[in-house]
Design a protein around this ligand. Structure first.
Ligand SMILES: NC(=O)c1ccc[n+]([C@@H]2O[C@H](COP(=O)([O-])OP(=O)(O)OC[C@H]3O[C@@H](n4cnc5c(N)ncnc54)[C@H](O)[C@@H]3O)[C@@H](O)[C@H]2O)c1
Length: 274
C-alpha cells in the first residue's frame, strides 16, 4: 500500500474489529500509529501486533465521548510524533430496538459514541491535520448511514449524522483551501465483535440477534474492510462502500428513492429473529 509511509495515523476503537485491522494494515504500509480504545486488553493486543511490524506506536485508553480528554489527547499525539496526518474516527457501538420501546438514554448513548465521538475526534485533530500540510479525516459511518431499517433508529440517526457532518467537512476543506482530505466510510456487514458487543431493547434476545448477524449478515472480513478503506483513502474518495451488500443496497436506495422503505418494512420482519 503506497502513500502511508512516514505518515502519522490516529485510530480510535483500535482494540477490535475494523480498528484493529486498520492499525495493522497502516503499520504494514509504514505509518506511525496513535491507537486508542476503552478496551485496554484488545488495545494491548493491537499494540503488540503493530509494534512487531517495526513502526512507532503510541497506545492510550481513550473514551471518544470524553471531549476534554480527546482534546488533551490530540495535543499529546502531536507532541509525541511532531505531526498528525490522518485520523480514523472508527470507535462505535451498536444497539437494536424499535423507537417505541427504546429509552431516551439508549438513543443518547448511541449518539454519544457513534456521532459525538466522531465530532470530538474530528474537531480535536483538525487544527493538527491542517498544520501538517497533508491531512485526512476518515469517518466511519455505515451502510445504515445510507438507508434506515426497523429496530436501528438510534444507530441510523447516528450514522446518518456522521455522513452529513463528514460530507459538509469535505466541502468546507475545499472552500477554505485547507490541505485536508475527507472520506466517509460505509461498511456493510463486517465480521467483527460489533453484534456481540451490542445492547438491545428489553424483550429482545441479544444472543439470537448477534448469532443472526454473525451467521447471515457479516460477509466481509475486517482485514478486507481495512484494505478497502486504505485504498479509498489513497485515492481520496469522498465515499467508500465496503462489501457487495453495501454496494447492492446503496444502488437499491438510489433507484427506488424513498420506495426502499416500503420494501424493507415488509421484508425485514420476516427475515430477522424475534
Ligand atoms: N461490523 C460491521 O458490520 C459494521 C458495519 C457498519 C459500520 N461499522 C462501524 O465500524 C466501526 C468499528 O466497528 P467494528 O465492527 O470493528 O466493532 P467492534 O465492536 O469489533 O470494535 C469497536 C471498538 O470500538 C470500541 N469502543 C466502543 N465504544 C468506545 C468508546 N466510547 N470510546 C472508545 N472506544 C470505544 C470498542 O471497545 C471496540 O474495541 C464502528 O463505528 C461501527 O459502527 C461496523
Amino acid at each position: 500500500m503506497q502513500g502511508f509511509a512516514g505518515k502519522v495515523a490516529v485510530v480510535t476503537g483500535a482494540g477490535s474489529g475494523i480498528g484493529q485491522a486498520l492499525a495493522v494494515e497502516l503499520a504494514r504500509a509504514g505509518a506511525q500509529l496513535a491507537i486508542s480504545d476503552v478496551d485496554t486488553e484488545g488495545l494491548a493486543e493491537t499494540e503488540r501486533r503493530v509494534a512487531a511490524l517495526g513502526v512507532r506506536v503510541k497506545a492510550d485508553r481513550l473514551d471518544v465521548t470524553e471531549r476534554e480528554a480527546f482534546l488533551i489527547y490530540a495535543d499529546e499525539v502531536k507532541e509525541h510524533f511532531g505531526k498528525v496526518n490522518q485520523i480514523y474516527n472508527n470507535a462505535g457501538i451498536a444497539y437494536s430496538g424499535d423507537i417505541e420501546i427504546t429509552p431516551f438514554k439508549d438513543i443518547e448513548r448511541v449518539m454519544d459514541v457513534d456521532f459525538w465521538g466522531v465530532v470530538n475526534g474530528t474537531k480535536a485533530f483538525l487544527p493538527h491535520l491542517i498544520a501538517s500540510g497533508d491531512g485526512h479525516v476518515i469517518n466511519v459511518s455505515s451502510l445504515f448511514g445510507l438507508l434506515s431499517v426497523p429496530a436501528q433508529g438510534a444507530y441510523n440517526a447516528a450514522k446518518f449524522a456522521v455522513r452529513g457532518f463528514t460530507e459538509a467537512l469535505r466541502q468546507e476543506m475545499v472552500v477554505a483551501g485547507h490541505p485536508v482530505k475527507v472520506t466517509t466510510v460505509h461498511p456493510g456487514g463486517i465480521k467483527t465483535a460489533i453484534a456481540r458487543n451490542a445492547t438491545v431493547a428489553e424483550g429482545l434476545d441479544a444472543a439470537a440477534l448477534a448469532e443472526f448477524f454473525d451467521r447471515r449478515l457479516a460477509s466481509t472480513t475486517a482485514e478486507e474492510a481495512a484494505r478497502v478503506i486504505l485504498a479509498g483513502v489513497r485515492k481520496n474518495r469522498a465515499r467508500v462502500l465496503i462489501g457487495n451488500d453495501a454496494r447492492a443496497l446503496d444502488l437499491l436506495v438510489r433507484i427506488t428513492g424513498s420506495g426502499y422503505q416500503w420494501l424493507f418494512s415488509r421484508a425485514i420482519p420476516r427475515l430477522r429473529p424475534r
